[in-house]
Ligand binder design. Structure first.
Ligand code: E4P
Length: 246
């Protein structure tokens, strides 16, 4: 049985980001007060058939729609020079863009130097594809040190791919990564770092990781609509409507 992490009870509550580039879905949850930001990645755009220059157009459309809430857009390179170039470019598109950079490249080489540099230069960064507690604290340290040398007071994110961790090591392992990382951030007062629970697949995932102490849950629209569903609610509403007519 998992406990509710006491650090999950922040005064601002947990934020919800929409894990999608689908404008209609984003609008729907914005109208319902359920959208504090949006996350995308190359796969998100690929699945919607959005390619090349259209990615910039779509990103601008979303950034305007949700402004001042943050929109995460991921670089498409693992070469530090090209990551830097792309990140600088994305950050000129809109003030609310957070540039997503993976914590290492696909061979395991650290990308924390370029991440630290971007933060020092005032760019909002989302460190992504994080899978372990150790990676989380290293990312947090790189962010925190970078933020100390920057005048821009922006939140930065560490995206932990909890669905992928849970698939490999079980849901309790994923819960503990968030819980322990949140405890660590609070202990050392790393206020410039927010834990972003990513890779959410089901309503049950939302319940687990929300309780673990994530600052932000990025949720695909399907998981939000499934969370709203209950056969008993539908049945109860039908009864009220029927009785009201009679
Ligand atoms: C969001 O920021 C992440 O890119 C996304 O949640 C990853 O999800 P996946 O593990 O389903 O690719």
């Amino acid at each position: 049985m998992l406990d509710v992490c006491s650090c999950a009870q922040t005064s601002n509550g947990v934020k919800i980001f929409i894990d999608s580039a689908d404008i209609e879905e984003i609008k729907k949850y914005l109208d319902a007060g359920l959208c504090d930001g949006v996350t995308t990645n190359p796969t998100t755009f690929f699945k919607l058939g959005i390619r090349g220059e259209d990615i910039k157009k779509k990103a601008l459309e979303i950034a305007r729609l949700i402004n001042p809430r943050p929109l995460s857009v991921e670089v498409t390179s693992e070469n530090p020079k090209e990551i830097y170039r792309q990140a600088k470019e994305f950050s000129t598109w809109a003030l609310n863009i957070a540039v997503k950079v993976t914590i290492t490249d696909s061979r395991g080489n650290s990308l924390l130097s370029v991440i630290n540099r971007l933060i020092r230069e005032g760019i909002m960064v989302n460190v992504t594809a994080v899978m372990t507690f150790n990676q989380s604290i290293l990312a947090a340290k790189a962010i925190h040190e970078g933020a100390k040398s920057s005048d821009a007071k922006k939140p930065h994110f560490v995206s932990i791919f909890l669905g992928r961790i849970a698939e490999e090591y079980g849901i309790e392992t994923s819960f503990n990564v968030v819980k322990n990382f949140r405890g660590w951030l609070d202990l050392y007062k790393f206020d410039d770092v927010e834990i972003l629970a990513a890779s959410i697949r089901t309503p049950e995932n939302i319940e687990y990781w929300g309780r673990a102490g994530a600052h932000v849950m990025t949720i695909p629209p399907e998981a939000i609509s499934k969370s709203l569903l209950s056969a008993r609610t539908k049945e109860t509403v039908a009864q009220f409507i029927k009785d009201a007519k009679e």
